[in-house]
Design a protein around this ligand. Structure first.
Ligand code: FAD
Length: 391
C-alpha cells in the first residue's frame, strides 16, 4: 500500500493538531495527513488531571472525535496506527506492521510525537492490570473505568506536577490517596523546600497520606486481594490501584533510528523547529528547541504558530516568554517559573501557605520564581520581570 501527502504530521496531541489548525487558519490548502498511535480525538491534555473532581466521564473530555477533526481540518487522520520507521532518504514513513504495512510519502514531515511516561519498575501481571499511567485520553478511559467501582484507594508514585495534580483531583473526587516519592518534598523540581512543605501540609491536612523520602522495595498481592507496597523503611502500604507519575521522556526513538540528531532532552531542532535533516521539523514535548524542552502548552502553541508561518514561506524564529507553570492543586494554588540553572539564592517571604520565593543569580537578578496560596497573584508582575525562557 502506498499514498502521498504534501505534509505528514506524526502525532495528534496539542502540538500536531495545533500546527494543522494554524496552517488552515492562514489559508494553507496543502494535503495533510495526521497519524496517531492513539484514538486521535481532539482533547486538552491538561484536563486529564482535573476530571475526577468535576466527575467528568472520558467522553466529556474529547472536544471532537478524530472523524470530526478530519472534517474540520480537511485532513486525513490515521488513528490507532504506529509509525514504525522513517525512510528519510526516500521521504516516506512506514505505518503499521507487515503484510498490511502502508508506505506514506511526504514533501514535509513534522514529528509531534510527545513524551512517554518513564516506568522505573515493572510489576507482575496480577498487579500490572491495576497499575496505570495517564498520559492520553485512551489511558484516562482505562483509568476512569478501573476507578468506577466505588471509592478505590489510589497510591500515586511520584510527587511531580502530574502526581500532585492527580492527588488533589482524585482526593476531591472522593478517593483515599497516598503519594510515595524519593524526594523529601512535593514538586521538588519546581519549588524550594519551604513551598514544597506548605503544599505537603495542605495535602496532609486534607487527608492525603504522604510517604516522602521513601522508595518502593517490592509490590505484592495480599490474601485480601489488596496491593501491598513494601517501602524501604519496612512499612507496608495497602492500596487498590497504583498510578505511576514518575516523569515523562521525550519520544525520540523514531528520529534517532532515522539518523536525526537527538539528545536526552528531545529531538534537536533550531529556532525554526528544523531537525538535522532537510524537510523534517519537530515541535511539542518531543522537541528540544535551541537547548530548551519546556513540556508545557504555551511553548508548543508558540512553536505551532511559528512553524505554520515558516512552512507557508515566511521563515519565523520561535520565542518563548517567561511563561510560568500553573499547577492545578486547589488545596494550595501553586505557580512556578523554574530558573534555567540552580539559583545562587532564594529570597523567600511569607507565612503559612502564602509564600513567594524569588530565585536570584549571583548578581541578584531575578531568574525564576515560585508562589503559593494568596501569593500566586504576583504571577503577572514577576513574569514581566523575569527573563524569557527563549528570548
Ligand atoms: P502528546 O500529547 O503526548 O502527543 C503525542 C502524539 O504522538 C500522540 O498522538 C501519540 O499517539 C503520537 N505518537 C507518538 N509516537 C508515535 C508513533 N511512533 N506513531 C504514531 N503516533 C505516535 N501543560 C500546561 O501548560 N498546563 C497544564 O496545566 C498541564 N497539565 C498537564 C496535566 C497532565 C496530566 C499532563 C500529562 C500534562 C500536562 N501538561 C500541562 C503538559 C501538556 O499537556 C503537554 O506539554 C502537551 O499536551 C504535549 O503535547 P504534544 O502534542 O507535544 O504531545
Amino acid at each position: 500500500l502506498s499514498s502521498r501527502a504534501a505534509l505528514v504530521i506524526i502525532g495528534t496531541g496539542m502540538a500536531g493538531i495545533g500546527l494543522a489548525r494554524a496552517l488552515r487558519r492562514q489559508g494553507d490548502t496543502r494535503s495533510i495527513t495526521l497519524i496517531s498511535a492513539d484514538s486521535g480525538d481532539d482533547y486538552s491534555k491538561p484536563l486529564l488531571s482535573t476530571g475526577f473532581s468535576k466527575g467528568l466521564a472520558p467522553e466529556k473530555l474529547a472536544q471532537r472525535s478524530a472523524a470530526e477533526l478530519g472534517e474540520e481540518l480537511n485532513a486525513r487522520l490515521v488513528t490507532h496506527t504506529h509509525v514504525n520507521a522513517l525512510d528519510v532518504d526516500n521521504h516516506a514513513v512506514l505505518l503499521g506492521n507487515a503484510p498490511g504495512q502502508e508506505r506514506l510519502s511526504y514533501e514535509t514531515l513534522v514529528l509531534a510525537t510527545g513524551a512517554a511516561p518513564r516506568m522505573p519498575f515493572s510489576s507482575e501481571p496480577s498487579v500490572a492490570s491495576r497499575c496505570f499511567t495517564v498520559n492520553d485520553l485512551d489511558d484516562y478511559r482505562r483509568f476512569h473505568q478501573a476507578l468506577s467501582h466505588g471509592h478505590s484507594r489510589v497510591a500515586i508514585v511520584g510527587a511531580g506536577l502530574v502526581g500532585c495534580e492527580f492527588a488533589n483531583d482524585l482526593h476531591a473526587g472522593g478517593h483515599p490517596v497516598s503519594i510515595i516519592a524519593p524526594e523529601g518534598n512535593l514538586l521538588a523540581r519546581l519549588l524550594p523546600p519551604p513551598l514544597g512543605h506548605a503544599l505537603g501540609d495542605a495535602f496532609s491536612d486534607a487527608g492525603i497520606r504522604l510517604y516522602l523520602g521513601r522508595t518502593i522495595e517490592s509490590i505484592a498481592l495480599s490474601h485480601a486481594n489488596d496491593i501491598a507496597l513494601h517501602l524501604d523503611n519496612g512499612s507496608v502500604l495497602s492500596t487498590d490501584i497504583i498510578l505511576m507519575a514518575t516523569g515523562l521522556a521525550p519520544r525520540t526513538a523514531l528520529a534517532e533510528a532515522a539518523g536525526l540528531t537527538v539528545s536526552s532532552s528531545g529531538i534537536v531542532v533550531d529556532r525554526h523547529l528544523r531537525t538535522s535533516h532537510p524537510n523534517i521539523y519537530a515541535l511539542g514535548d518531543a522537541a528540544c528547541v535551541d537547548g530548551v524542552n519546556a513540556m508545557y502548552v504555551q511553548p508548543l502553541q508558540a512553536s505551532a504558530k511559528a512553524l505554520a508561518a515558516t512552512l507557508a514561506g515566511t521563515p519565523t524564529r520561535v520565542s518563548f516568554g517567561a511563561w510560568p507553570v500553573v499547577v492545578k492543586t486547589p488545596l494550595l494554588p501553586v505557580v512556578a517559573y523554574p530558573a534555567p540553572s540552580p539559583p545562587e539564592r532564594w529570597r523567600i517571604e511569607g507565612e503559612g501557605g502564602d509564600i513567594s520565593a524569588l530565585a536570584e543569580d549571583k548578581d541578584g537578578h531575578l531568574i525564576g520564581f515560585a508562589l503559593t496560596g494568596g501569593c500566586v497573584r504576583r504571577k503577572v508582575e514577576l513574569s514581566r520581570a523575569a527573563p524569557a525562557l527563549l528570548g
